[in-house]
Design a binder for this molecule. Structure first.
Ligand SMILES: [Ca+2]
Ligand SMILES: [Ca+2]
Ligand SMILES: [Ca+2]
Ligand SMILES: [Ca+2]
Length: 240
């Protein structure tokens, strides 16, 4: 919904489709619903690439549902995902958050990265997905939503994370030098609001040549959303 090169806006929370393989065309990443009769509930993804005039999978389809990567064998459904080029290599990664049981007080975010095949003319050919659960993306709170943007204009995207409760948005950054994620300890890493947020969108709102992005934050909207199973699971949306 929001991209630097296609600032069409739309008020969206997620940027789930972008240059996942770095070929100049965006893809769309879709989580398989846990409503499907599938033992790998809610955290298997399709990534679809429009090439050759048709939609084709990016990555190697596996199993009956033909998804291209699986985050967990447990029935832990994905709540939301954001795409961004966090390491600055020209390809976007996905950061994915699970739905969290009501009693939980922390979130472990997943990272999924497309590893292109050896054919430089067609990076989609023979590529695979690498997934991980980075230690520094284990949050001491429940993530309710997030958005990616290059807020400091250094060429790498950061991720801004909205907590389910509270009024502080935290900014996490990937540091290529140490191969580590961190919640930024500096002024950029903490955005204190006078009230809790419903959702957040990122964009280069002032059109600065440096490409630095800002955040638009909206209050209100719904506070909870039930999963399709009706279990006691909290939502990716937050309001007052
Ligand atoms: Ca692409
Ligand atoms: Ca799974
Ligand atoms: Ca990247
Ligand atoms: Ca940045």
């Amino acid at each position: 919904m929001l991209r630097r090169s296609h600032p069409e806006g739309g008020g969206g929370v997620r940027r789930d489709w972008r240059l996942l393989d770095g070929d100049g065309r965006d893809e769309i990443a879709v989580a398989a619903s846990q409503a499907l009769v599938d033992p790998s509930l809610g955290n298997d993804f399709w990534v679809m690439d429009f090439r050759g005039g048709i939609w084709q999978p990016l990555g190697t389809p596996k199993g009956a549902k033909q998804t291209v990567f699986d985050l967990d064998v447990q029935p832990l459904p994905a709540a939301f995902a954001v795409a961004g080029d966090f390491d600055g290599d020209g390809r976007d990664e996905l950061v994915i958050a699970p739905f969290i049981p009501t009693a939980a007080t922390e979130s472990q975010l997943w990272l999924a990265e497309f590893v292109p095949g050896t054919d430089q003319a067609d990076p989609a050919k023979g590529g695979t997905w690498k997934t991980s659960a980075p230690a520094r993306l284990k949050l001491s709170y429940v993530a309710a939503g997030a958005v990616a943007g290059d807020f400091d204009g250094d060429g790498r995207d950061e991720i801004a994370i909205i907590p389910l409760t509270g009024d502080t948005i935290q900014i996490a950054d990937y540091l290529p030098e140490t191969d580590e994620w961190q919640i930024l300890p500096n002024a950029l890493g903490r955005l204190q609001l006078p009230a809790s947020a419903a959702f957040v969108a990122a964009g280069n709102f002032d059109g600065s040549a440096k490409g630095r992005q800002g955040l638009a934050i909206v209050h209100g909207a719904q506070r909870t959303q039930r999963s399709v199973t009706g279990n006691s699971i909290r939502s990716s949306y937050l309001g007052t």
